[in-house]
Design a protein around this ligand. Sequence first.
Ligand SMILES: *Cc1c(COP(=O)(O)O)cnc(C)c1O
Length: 415
Amino acid sequence: MPDMIAFPALSIPDTLAAGPGPGNTDARVLAAFAGAGVADHMQADVLRGMIECKQMLRSLWGTRNIHTFGVGGTGFSGLDCMLSAILPGDTVVAFTNGTFSGIDCLTIRLKAATREELRADPMNPQAASVTIVTVPHGQSVTEEMVEKALAARKPKWAFMAHWETGSGRINDLKGFSDACERHGALGLVDAVSSLGIADFSIDDYPGVHGWASCPQKGVLCLPLTYAPVSFTDRYIAEVRANGCATYVHHPVLEARHWGVIDGKDVAQPAYHRTHSGYAIAAFHEALRLTLDHGRARKARDYAFHEAALRAAVEAMGCVVTSNMTSLVVLNLPPALKGREKELVQTCRAEGFGIWPTLSEPVQVRVGILNQLGEARITEIVSRFADALNALGAGVNKEQVMAGLARHYRAALAAE
Ligand SMILES: *Cc1c(COP(=O)(O)O)cnc(C)c1O
């Protein structure tokens, strides 16, 4: 028998989450999580909370889709649920322009591969029925690209990330939806990074039939709570007709616990698995926060503060290649090229949580999730300037900070 070992209580410090996600969880969400009583997953208020979350999600996401709910877990849990309708041999055209859509494309290949294809390369199968369109890092997926690939392949399914957090690029959602409609493909979208930040309504994109997001980016809940998903009746009909090989992430079966049974809202949900009253309380508060802020207002606030951060890092000699509003993805000044990981590690060791890109090319990502205020952006800019100077960049910090202050004063004057 090995010796029994126990460690001292784990303590985790507070850091400034200035990356692509998870975001700086709001104090109200943490309080809701910690304040929930001990109650099981069928207790009346837990179930009421789930039904209210479902309804708030529909309004945040601008949809009448009945099958709109949360999948327990992270963003990839919601994506797994959405992609589970893809069966071996299904034809798919999938676009990738960065780390996350690249992983989604792997999930798609894993699901669409035949048994022989899976056996030939079990961790990374090449599925003949799947066409992967690789768009270079730093570029967006455009309507022309989608149109060309769908016209050539006429697939059953098409997939794209809305906001690709790996490269910080916004892809053309309307172009994707329109092309899907023209070619009769069922569109599937990774909306992990856009939900809760971009101002859009699902129902304006009729070519898209499946949507998946995550708890901890724009929605500002804790990681490992609930990943929002939404499916049209057309998507659900596919699952009803052909099935899918999962219990836990089944788009129809999992919806039962959220009070969606036989395609209808019901007052009495049915057990699917042991949901967490704590997670529900947190998710509920996060959705309330976002709806209080207002979707359009929140989107404007992100755009405004991202512009301030962008101008400040450009003033430090960095080149920004992203166009998302929740983070900037940048190249360091030429003299610091090759030292991206060193910079990020130094910052992280000091509790300033910025990130490198997770796939080539190496760039730096600085995010502003739930940091929508002048004081918070100023702290991020100040710490970033200090970190660059510690590597010998010779940034004129005073000038950069003065420029940032001017940005905010000019905006106030304009209001
Ligand atoms: C963060 C992210 C994911 C993965 O989410 P997890 O919560 O880490 O599982 C997937 N897609 C995109 C676009 C993301 O930004």
